[in-house]
Design a protein around this ligand. Structure first.
Ligand SMILES: [Zn+2]
Length: 228
């Protein structure tokens, strides 16, 4: 884990990682072919030198404040996160313009927040699971279609801020997998009651409870970043 340091005088930040001292290798025509010159570099020493005599403070990064437009694994991207010195909050921009450049951290003025733009169900997965478990004799294509619409309707009316985030692997900072909450679950069951007959309802009720926690009935929320 690294440390985020801020120069109070210049309002500049530096993220100190255990990798600041990695040497850089340089191919130079001055040297005979095949030799590589090693340059010791220490970005942290450079930061300290340019802020000599200035007071530095450590900022605490807010976990889960990280946002960005690109997937986590994308190396060239711009992302934002928040940190505090205990009194004041800071918004930090973290970016790199080329893959061979180091990451740059900058304090920016203003703030950002996330807004949910859509909540989706895993239609394909639900459909596959229904077909596998019910076979066509007990559930019709029509019932599957309507069930998917009911799930989507319930998902759209859910309050994303109140949904529990599922620990599913996150690939993108702007998507979040959420579990159906109790209120949405009740709505869904009630609607299923009118769609399915007595026997069918009993089966679908069991199906819903079987898959509430295993990723089949999971909701995918997509967000947008708004800057202010
Ligand atoms: Zn400074």
């Amino acid at each position: 884990m690294g440390k985020l340091l801020r120069c109070i005088k210049c309002d500049k930040v530096f993220f100190k990682t255990p990798f600041d001292r990695w040497p850089e290798y340089e191919n130079s025509s001055v040297f005979s072919s095949g030799t590589v010159r090693m340059i010791e570099r220490d970005d942290f020493q450079e930061f300290l030198a340019s802020h000599r005599g200035h007071r530095l403070e450590e900022l605490e990064v807010y976990e889960n404040s990280y946002v960005g437009e690109k997937p986590y694994i994308e190396p060239v991207k711009t992302s934002y996160f928040k940190a505090t010195n205990g009194k004041k909050e800071f918004v930090i921009k973290k970016f790199r313009e080329r893959i061979d450049e180091p990451l740059i951290y900058q304090i920016i003025h203003g703030n950002y927040s996330l807004h949910c733009v859509c909540i989706d169900i895993q239609s394909q997965q639900i459909k596959k699971q229904l077909e596998r478990e019910f076979k066509h004799s007990t559930i019709s294509d029509y019932e599957i279609e309507v069930f998917l619409k009911l799930c989507q309707g319930v998902a759209l009316s859910a309050d994303v801020e109140k949904l529990e985030t599922s620990p599913e692997e996150r690939e993108h900072p702007l998507t979040r997998f959420c579990k159906l909450d109790q209120i949405s679950l009740k709505h869904l069951l009630k609607k299923c009651h009118t769609l399915f007959g007595k026997q069918g309802y009993r089966e679908i009720d069991k199906f819903i409870y079987r898959h509430i926690d295993d990723g089949v009935l999971i909701l995918k929320a997509t967000f947008e970043i708004s800057f202010s």
